[in-house]
Design a protein around this ligand. Structure first.
Ligand code: CU
Length: 211
């Protein structure tokens, strides 16, 4: 199994709201130090948790040369978990330097927040500080891999150029499991759809969405 990780930063917003509630609670209790004041503070908590959770997902795409399995490029992690209805901010660093034949239309960005992605022409170091282009598609002959969900209940397509970093956000669907597949024929066999393209944990994987 691949390792997976994601960072939840949504709590920061909740903490900020909670701090504000504490401040107003202090003034309320000074004006009227009645037991009822504490209940007013407690009622503010549900409003804070109603804000959408935002999480970050960091992925890398390694070549078969990098991971020691020739002809088997690999998403790390390929299997990951996000909370239902969260805004998921994704960064994918693609260390693969060559394109592969992409399925028709899969060079277009679909299903992301705003229908766009950011492309950065760098993969190492603090790429966030490099200039980024906001794009809705890239040339079909410049796609190395894609991150594509096309099953029931969730649809997303992000094409990824060689040796670049892409960033985008999507809204997580309802709880469940969702299979993704790379739609760029980067695998083994005469059509490039064998090996990693047909193996979970490599060029396909599962997004688990928790309640
Ligand atoms: Cu691929």
């Amino acid at each position: 199994m691949r390792t997976h990780r994601f960072l939840a930063i949504g709590l920061l917003a909740a903490v900020t709201v909670a701090a504000a509630a504490c401040g107003s609670a202090a003034s309320v209790s000074q004006a009227a130090p009645a037991p009822g004041a504490a209940q007013t503070v407690a009622s503010a908590a549900p409003a804070a948790t109603a804000a959408p959770v935002e999480v970050h997902l960091y992925m890398s795409i390694l070549t078969g040369g990098q991971n020691g399995k020739k002809g088997w490029p690999e998403y790390i992690p390929a299997n990951f978990t996000v909370p239902a209805n969260a805004i998921v901010d994704v960064q994918i660093r693609d260390f693969d330097d060559g394109p592969a034949t992409v399925s028709t239309g899969m060079n277009q960005v679909k299903g992301t927040v705003g229908g766009t992605m950011q492309v950065i022409d760098a993969v190492n170091g603090p790429v966030e500080q490099q200039p980024a282009k906001t794009l809705t598609e890239i040339p079909a002959n410049d796609v190395a891999h894609t991150l594509t969900f096309s099953g029931k209940g969730f649809s997303l397509n992000v094409p990824i150029p060689p040796t670049s970093t892409v960033e985008f956000s999507f809204k997580a669907p309802a709880a469940g499991t969702y299979l993704w597949q790379c739609e760029s024929a980067c695998g083994t066999g005469t059509d490039g759809w064998g090996g990693p393209m047909a193996t979970n944990g490599w060029m396909q994987g599962i997004m688990t969405v928790t309640q």
